[in-house]
Design a protein around this ligand. Structure first.
Ligand code: ADP
Ligand code: MG
Ligand code: MG
Length: 268
């Protein structure tokens, strides 16, 4: 199966070091929970893995399916079936959820042909019909059933007046449809209400299986009562300072994070 391998990753934002040597391997079929206090670099890690140009990689490597992807564009990474569920999906008035999903699927399907960097400047919004309408409808219906999403939902404008829970539902529907091999799910630090938490948990459980590896970034130990991770990692100050099984999440629930904080000397 596919593997995402992160080696000694260092990254800066605006010249400020944020990631300071991250090592992590996520394989298809595994669920990894990434936890840690606010500001420790969890979202930065997800952004760097997806190739967000705001972040500068200063050292280390990211390998996916045996290729060093550090120089690849975000679109190319997505076409390789790496997926990032965004913290704050943008609102696109006038585009229905169904149409948005079709475009997203078409963009990823371009990956079946060799597309060189810069060759397709229209990227995600390509109008090429690479997904026959009948096939799209069938696939969408299948995923909607799986995630218990009804028809009225996919006809609404994307994120237009969506609640936190509905945004999550759209995101996870997109993820189910694109069938990534490795998915990064970054939950918001705040504002994920009980409803959204439950939707995320149930949906993740519905789509996990041998073909999907997940790195689930979460502040909420509570979520791990619903989703059973194979591995739990704690990030502190730009490094993974502890890894373990799901029992580590219970330990964190009991003891918090402070006991894992590296000493100042170790930080320098
Ligand atoms: P987490 O997701 O663990 O809460 P983040 O990766 O969001 O942590 O942030 C790590 C550090 O990087 C924080 O100190 C934060 O202020 C800083 N940071 C994150 N994104 C940006 C950005 N776009 N510009 C400047 N600083 C940022
Ligand atoms: Mg944060
Ligand atoms: Mg974050």
């Amino acid at each position: 199966g596919s593997e995402l391998v992160i080696k000694n990753l260092h990254a800066n934002i605006e010249g400020k070091p944020i990631l300071r040597g991250v090592d992590l391997v996520v394989r298809q079929g595994e669920i990894h929970a990434l936890m840690g206090p606010n500001g420790s670099g969890k979202s930065t890690l997800a952004n760097v893995i997806m190739g967000n140009p705001q972040y500068e990689v200063t050292d280390g490597e990211i390998w996916f399916k045996g290729e060093n992807i550090l120089e690849y564009s975000p679109d190319r990474r997505a076409r390789m079936r790496l997926f990032l569920a965004f913290q704050y999906p943008m609102s696109i008035p006038g585009v229905s959820v169904a149409n948005f999903l079709r475009r997203a699927l078409e963009a990823v399907r371009e990956g079946n042909k060799p597309v060189e960097e810069g060759e397709n400047p229209t990227g995600r919004m390509s109008k090429r019909k690479t997904v026959p309408p009948g096939e799209f409808r069938k696939l969408l219906q299948e995923k909607m059933r799986l995630l218990k999403v009804d028809n009225s939902f996919i006809n609404r404008s994307i994120n237009d007046g969506f609640s936190g829970g509905e945004k999550k539902r759209a995101e996870i529907l997109q993820m189910a449809l694109l069938e990534p091999e490795i998915a990064l799910m970054d939950e918001t630090d705040s504002g994920l209400d009980i409803d959204a938490l439950r939707i995320v948990s149930e949906s993740v459980n519905a789509i996990t299986g041998p073909n999907l590896g997940i790195l689930l970034i979460t502040h909420y130990q509570r979520m791990l009562n619903y989703i059973k991770p194979d591995f739990v990692h704690v990030m502190f100050n730009g490094r993974i300072v502890k890894s373990g099984g799901k029992d580590l999440a219970l330990e964190l629930e009991e003891k918090g994070y402070e006991w894992l904080k590296p000493s100042d000397e170790e930080n320098e």
